[in-house]
Design a protein around this ligand. Sequence first.
Ligand code: F6R
Length: 364
Amino acid sequence: EKGGYDHFMLKEIYEQPKALRDTMASRLGEQEVILQEFKLSAEEVKDLHKVFIVACGTAWHAGLVGKTLIERWARIPVEVDIASEFRYRSPLIDKHTMVVVISQSGETADTLAALREAKKLGARVVAVTNVVGSSVSREAHDVIYTWAGPEIAVASTKAYTTQLEGMVLLGLYLAQARGTMSPEKIGQVITALKEIPTQAQEVLEQAKDIEDFAQSFVDVEDTFFIGRSLDWNVAMEGALKLKEISYIHAEAYAAGELKHGTLALITEQTPVIAIATQMDVYDKTVSNVKEVKARDAKVIGITFQGNKDLAKSVDHVIYLPKTVVELAPILTVIPLQLLSYYVSVARGCDVDKPRNLAKSVTVE
Ligand code: F6R
């Protein structure tokens, strides 16, 4: 059932090109996103004043990326909430609010409770979920399914990348209904999105390289994952993955925030994973990388092919095929998933069933 892989997690990491392809299938025109299951009319979309994205864990990390995409493309203010926090802070919701819940399982207790609360307050509720017929899919007004197929490993991988894709589809769809993005611009993102499964495959081909340097993490106690903008959001997911399955402490930090308190924690014993794909802040990220390098940290950089100068400031670079910056998170997370996987294996951990965690959390 593991299809020749040692663990479900590795199998699921390798299933990502297919999962990504399946999730976009029949939803893309040349310059148009088609969400057949979506019942909200263009008029109703134009009438939205605000979007909340609510989720837990990895799904929340996908929501953080969703915020930037929706705000940038559809020009609607977006707040992102952890589901277990959302209900307890009297969120300002009315019928002009869209609440997007993201849940792989569609059964997470806090996410489901948030959905019910949002409905009660009159919001339009959209679910992004991977399980057909799940509680979340049944109770939401609209559903965008991710077509990742069953995810068995506790650590989420293909669910996350397809949730990111769901955020791209939703962001473009809202932008198109509101007329905030030209068909040409939408077409450019769609063309890039169609390349993503093949590019994800190319990233997977670097697994051996990642497996090799993962060995140097075996005795590490602390790590930092840094980046700006969407790179920071992916850093959070990378840090969670490492903590979750290898039990190494990992902290995700907005790269520009390090010097406001935590830089002193970075030493030669603290490997840093620095992500630099967001080109509008690239130079700033590179200068933050130089700051950690000056503290003797061992730094692994992740950036697009062609960004040659990062190599000068880091010990090792992982290059990603070029895409539009908003899609970069889908590719960036793959080496981070592989790193966590190989570190977990090297430390002899139970990769698929990490201690104290359940796949679906049905208590609050
Ligand atoms: C992390 C992980 C968890 C889940 C979270 C939400 O690898 O798997 O953080 O993402 O428990 O689960 P769903 O998406 O099923 O609501």
